[in-house]
Design a protein around this ligand. Structure first.
Ligand SMILES: NC(=O)c1ccc[n+]([C@@H]2O[C@H](COP(=O)([O-])OP(=O)(O)OC[C@H]3O[C@@H](n4cnc5c(N)ncnc54)[C@H](O)[C@@H]3O)[C@@H](O)[C@H]2O)c1
Length: 355
C-alpha cells in the first residue's frame, strides 16, 4: 500500500486541527513529511507536537522529490498564488477553500496545473458529509418527487474579530463558510452554467469590514430554487438542510435527518372541483383528505457520529483512491470555477458594503 508523503503548509485551525488530525487517522495512506509555517511560534508548536523542525517558507520545498502532495492551508488571500507556484514547481496540491479570490485567479491556477502536468484539488470536504450524501440518495430515489427548493443554513450567534472578518483577506462569511453550502447548492442544481444569483449581505457584529450575514438565492432553468443563509446573528438553530419537493420534504442536520412523502398510487383520488368546497350535506369545509404519509429518518452511526471528522476522512479516503488508483475526484475544478463566478457576482451585488 503506497503511503502519500505530504507537505503541510499552515499549522492553524485548518492545517493542525483538520488536516494533520485527519492524516493521523489514516497513517497507512498519508504521512506528513514536512511542515511549513511562517509564524515562529507555530513552528515551535510543530516542534513540540511532532518532534520535527518546520520550514519557514514553502519555497524551501522546491527541489524535493520525496513529496507526493502539498496541502495548502495558508491564509485565504494567498491560496491561489502559493498553489500556482507549487504546481509550476511540479508539486501536486490540495488547496483549502476558497481556492482563489475570484474566477480569474482560479483560472490562472488551473493554467499552472495544466502547463506543469501537476494535479490540483480543492478541499471541499462538506460534499463528503454523511448527511449530505444521504440527502443525495433520498433525492435520487425520487421519493420526494421533483425538488422545488432547498435551503442550506449555517447560522450562529457570535462575534468574531480575527482575519476571517476582513474582506481584503478574502474572508467574510461568504468566502469563509460560504464555499460549503454553495458547493452543495450548485451540486443539487447540477452545476448549471446559466445560474442567476441574488445576494444580500450585511454586517452586524464582526470586527472587520467583512460581511457576517449572507442571504443568497440561486436560480437556473430546470433546477430547484436554491437558498443559502450564513449568518452570525441567529441563535435559535434552524436546521442545516431543508428540501421541498413535489411529493415530499426533508429536514435535518448532520446529526439526523427526517423526510416524509406520499405516493400518488396510494393517495385518495381527487378531481379539480371549483365549486365552494362542501361536505356531503353542503356545509362549507376545507380540503378533507388523509394523505398516506411515509416518514423515514437517518442518523449517523459508527465513525460518522463525529460528523465534522467524518466528512474530512471521507474526503481524504477519496483523494487517496484518486492519487493511487486514478479514480476521478468527486470535486471537479470546473465546479469550483462555477462557485468562483457565483461568489464574484454575489460580492459585485454588495460592493457598497465594502467601500
Ligand atoms: N475546510 C474547512 O472546513 C476549513 C476550516 C477552517 C479553515 N479553513 C481554511 O483554511 C485556511 C486557514 O485557516 P485557519 O483557520 O487555519 O487560519 P489560522 O490563522 O488558524 O492558521 C493559518 C496558519 O497558516 C500559516 N500561514 C499563513 N500563510 C502562510 C504561508 N504563506 N506560509 C506558511 N505558513 C503560512 C499561519 O502562520 C498560521 O499558522 C483558510 O483558507 C480557511 O478558510 C477551512
Amino acid at each position: 500500500m503506497k503511503t502519500i508523503r505530504v507537505a503541510l503548509i499552515g499549522y492553524g485551525r485548518s492545517g493542525r486541527n483538520i488536516h494533520r488530525s485527519l492524516m493521523s487517522q489514516l497513517p497507512e495512506k498519508y504521512q506528513i513529511a514536512a511542515f511549513v509555517d511562517l509564524d515562529a511560534q507555530r513552528r515551535a508548536l510543530i516542534r513540540r507536537e511532532n518532534g520535527v523542525e518546520a520550514l519557514p517558507d514553502y519555497r524551501d520545498l522546491f527541489g524535493r522529490r520525496d513529496i507526493d502532495l502539498v496541502v495548502n492551508a495558508s491564509y485565504s488571500f494567498d491560496h491561489a498564488r502559493i498553489s500556482a507556484d507549487l504546481l509550476r514547481h511540479g508539486f501536486n496540491v490540495l488547496s483549502e477553500k476558497p481556492a482563489a479570490r475570484d474566477a480569474d485567479e482560479f483560472a490562472s491556477t488551473l493554467r499552472a496545473a495544466r502547463e506543469s502536468g501537476s494535479r490540483y484539488f480543492v478541499f471541499q470536504q462538506y460534499r463528503f458529509a454523511p448527511a449530505y450524501r444521504r440527502i443525495r440518495e433520498v433525492v435520487e430515489s425520487g421519493k420526494l418527487g421533483r425538488i422545488i427548493q432547498f435551503t442550506f443554513t449555517f447560522d450562529s450567534f457570535a462575534r468574531r474579530w480575527d482575519w476571517q472578518t476582513v474582506h481584503g483577506f478574502n474572508a467574510g462569511n461568504l468566502h469563509n463558510m460560504g464555499p460549503h453550502p454553495l458547493d452543495w447548492a450548485l451540486d443539487m442544481m447540477g452545476f448549471p452554467e446559466d445560474v442567476s444569483v441574488f445576494c444580500a449581505m450585511d454586517r452586524a457584529h464582526f470586527f472587520g469590514d467583512g460581511e457576517d450575514f449572507v442571504k443568497l438565492f440561486l436560480r437556473a432553468p430546470g433546477a430547484p430554487l436554491g437558498e443559502i443563509e450564513v449568518s452570525a446573528s441567529y441563535a435559535y438553530g434552524k436546521n442545516t438542510y431543508e428540501l421541498q419537493g413535489t411529493r415530499g420534504c426533508l429536514t435535518g442536520t448532520d446529526v439526523g435527518l427526517k423526510w416524509q412523502y406520499y405516493r400518488d398510487e396510494e393517495a385518495p383520488v381527487q378531481r379539480l372541483d371549483t365549486r365552494s368546497m362542501r361536505a356531503a350535506d353542503a356545509t362549507p369545509v376545507y380540503g378533507l383528505e388523509t394523505l398516506p404519509i411515509h416518514e423515514e429518518s437517518w442518523q449517523p452511526t459508527g465513525y460518522e457520529v463525529d460528523a465534522f471528522n467524518a466528512k474530512g476522512l471521507n474526503c481524504y479516503n477519496a483523494l487517496y483512491e484518486t492519487l493511487t488508483e486514478g479514480r476521478p475526484f468527486l470535486i471537479r475544478n470546473e465546479e469550483i470555477m462555477l462557485q468562483m463566478r457565483v461568489t464574484e457576482e454575489a460580492y459585485r451585488q454588495n460592493a457598497a458594503l465594502f467601500r
